[in-house]
Design a protein around this ligand. Structure first.
Ligand SMILES: Cc1cc2nc3c(=O)[nH]c(=O)nc-3n(C[C@H](O)[C@H](O)[C@H](O)COP(=O)(O)OP(=O)(O)OC[C@H]3O[C@@H](n4cnc5c(N)ncnc54)[C@H](O)[C@@H]3O)c2cc1C
Length: 447
């Protein structure tokens, strides 16, 4: 099978670097032989390795970047919001429609397990008042260093600057024959440099396709597309700001309205998603948690509808607008002052709304039902995460093993699970990584 030969990170793979890594040579080709090969030294690959080496050391983690955790380093503004405190039950809606499907796995490899495990093994954590959990050092580097050190202490190997190009089956029956003597292996992984990895288990933790500069660039899809067993759901970006054809709030950069209720409607007017929370004007587009969480539904030409007073204050926008317009008509105040005194909205925002919607009826209607056409959504340029990926139907959701591909696992953002901001995506990287490690360790313990 031929995979993607593109190598964005051209660091030559020389005999010297083979020697430094202690690799065996097969003629001119360097070969690593390990029970388990992980593709991706991102959050999920590192969590997998950290859990796996507690019982076994026969592991190599390979990444095409020049070091581990490039995206993990950016998490939480460099402080790394690892997870959320509280009951794991409350996590399910944070993964939208996928929460139900991953429920069992989340309950087994929960936030509490993650926090207890990391703290017990030497990574102190702190929980902020809003429930977000960070390393006590408030540094992503502290998390990366902790995980890498634990993997290396446990005998795991990390190899960088290696782009996977192909996966081939060498001996599909070698494990069932009871072989565990490193003489025959199920899989051969080929890399652009010519390096080969022979292994019995493959763990794919290659991330999504946003923030490509971190290595999360979907190059793995060229390799995986050869396998009929692996189905992908359509990918789109998530946790992104929303751009609209008109953005009259350019002068409000940094202003927050909290709470608002926002909705995304498709071209037929069907509501695809609703969120209530803080809205941030960021100079060129709408942002803030409420918008980021809705962005997974956004497409060019769809409608963003904003209730600046929020559904918690105004449940029935159209009847509210009628009554409010009458009150505004009777009031001697300007529309902006009316909104500011009664509803405590920022004056700078109300002045713009008053200019755009000069009559009481227009003003009141748009305060609770401002409709704008979404643009710039059909790309992967601004999202923090990728929604979509390997279809959950292809996976055993207790172990993360791909159905019909013995010993091949998929974890983290590569899988069709996306979480809200607040530590839920790293929790998924942890939970799926731990599930795969547990499964492989349990198979190995029986050989
Ligand atoms: C700015 C930003 C802030 C964030 N903050 C948070 C936060 O605070 N809390 C939170 O929960 N989530 C946060 N996230 C999301 C979180 O970073 C991701 O969900 C998480 O990193 C996913 O882990 P992963 O291992 O699946 O993918 P990644 O971390 O992207 O790792 C994938 C790895 O695979 C490697 N790779 C890919 N293809 C190949 C290949 N073909 N061959 C070899 N290697 C390959 C990549 O180089 C990369 O190292 C944030 C994301 C961004 C962009």
């Amino acid at each position: 099978m031929v995979g993607n030969n593109k190598c964005a990170y051209k660091i030559p793979y020389t005999k010297n670097s083979n020697d430094a890594l202690g690799l065996a040579s097969k003629g001119s080709v360097s070969v690593i032989k390990k029970q388990v090969a992980v593709i991706g030294a991102g959050a999920s690959g590192l969590f997998f390795g950290y859990s796996f080496v507690k019982e076994n050391h026969d592991l190599v983690i390979i990444d095409h970047m020049n070091g581990p955790g490039k995206k993990l380093r950016l998490c939480g503004g460099g402080q790394c919001n690892l997870t959320h405190a509280g009951s794991i039950k409350d996590f399910l809606p944070m993964y939208y429609e996928k929460g139900k499907a991953i429920r069992k796995l989340l309950y087994k490899y929960s936030n509490q397990l993650m926090m207890d495990d990391l703290q017990k093994n030497g990574l102190p954590l702190v929980c902020r008042q809003d429930g977000k959990v960070f390393p006590k050092a408030m540094s992503s580097d502290a998390v990366i260093n902790f995980l890498v050190a634990a993997i290396q202490r446990g005998g795991g190997q990390l190899v960088y600057d290696q782009q996977l190009t192909d996966i081939t089956v060498m001996d599909s029956s070698c494990l069932s024959k009871g072989h565990n003597n490193n003489s025959s292996f199920r899989y051969c992984l080929s890399f652009q440099s010519g390096m080969e990895v022979h292994c019995n288990f493959i763990v794919l933790g290659c991330g999504g396709r946003t923030f490509t500069q971190t290595g999360s660039d979907a190059s793995i899809l060229n390799v995986l597309s050869m396998y009929n067993q692996i189905k992908f759901t359509k990918c789109r970006q998530g946790l992104a700001p929303i751009y609209t054809d008109q953005f009259p709030f350019k002068d409000l950069a940094g202003v927050v309205i909290d709470p608002v209720t926002c909705q995304v409607l498709d071209k037929e007017g069907r509501v695809l998603g609703t969120e209530t929370g803080p809205l941030l004007f960021n100079g060129r587009c709408f942002s803030g948690p409420c918008i980021l969480h809705l962005s997974r539904f956004a497409r060019d030409g769809y409608t963003l509808k904003i209730n600046y007073l929020s559904a918690t204050r105004v449940k029935d926008p159209s009847s509210w607008a009628k009554t409010a317009a009458m009150e505004m008509n009777q009031s001697k105040k300007s529309l902006a002052s009316f909104g500011q005194d009664k509803y405590k909205l920022p004056r700078s925002f109300l002045k713009i709304m008053e200019m755009l919607f000069p009559t009481p009826s227009q003003f009141a209607t748009n305060l609770v039902s401002h409709k704008l056409t979404i643009t710039n959504a059909n790309n992967f340029k601004t999202g923090m995460i990728t929604c979509g990926g390997i279809d959950l139907d292809c996976l055993n959701l207790n172990t993360m093993e791909i159905k019909g591909m013995d010993g091949v696992y998929a974890i983290g953002e590569l899988v069709d699970v996306d979480g809200k901001s607040g530590g839920y995506n790293l929790q998924w990287a942890f939970s799926s990584g731990f599930a795969a490690a547990n499964s492989i360790n349990s198979v190995l313990s029986k050989l």
